[in-house]
Design a protein around this ligand. Structure first.
Ligand SMILES: [Zn+2]
Length: 132
């Protein structure tokens, strides 16, 4: 899988993945957190105070789908595409790895893992949180 090269707006986000740090964009004016990075806060419209907050790397499965036929021939199927609601609030479109897929994963707790990319960046993926 080849994610798009980071544009200027997303560059700090991608740079952080080199150190395996997951960030969400945060508005210093109203406290709103959002993903993907945008030029303005989707809550208050502010543009001046956008910064970054490191994520704990936890969340819950908001929805998911199992892909059985990949648009990229070199990619192994099936794989799981999921919307994960981060503990910090924003939704991240991601992959779930290392799990048995059934409907019980809806709403399940997940934790961050990292999938290395050839260029040194890392892709945030998630796996089921183990019960304490
Ligand atoms: Zn705001």
């Amino acid at each position: 899988m080849n994610p798009p090269p980071g544009d200027a707006l997303a560059a700090p986000w991608w740079d952080a993945t080199r150190e395996r740090r997951l960030l969400v964009q945060t508005c210093g004016a109203c406290g709103h957190r959002q993903h993907h990075p945008r030029l303005l806060c989707t809550n208050c419209g502010g543009t001046d105070a956008l910064g970054w907050t490191p994520c704990a790397g936890t969340g819950t499965v908001d929805s998911f789908t199992v892909v059985h036929r990949s648009p990229e021939p070199e990619r192994q199927v099936p794989y799981v595409v999921a919307r994960v609601r981060l503990t910090e609030g924003p939704i991240l479109l991601t992959n779930l790895v290392g799990i048995e897929v059934d409907d019980s994963i809806l709403g399940a707790g997940v934790v961050l893992a990292w999938s290395p990319l050839p260029d040194g960046r890392n892709l945030p993926v998630f796996t089921l949180a183990t019960e304490a």
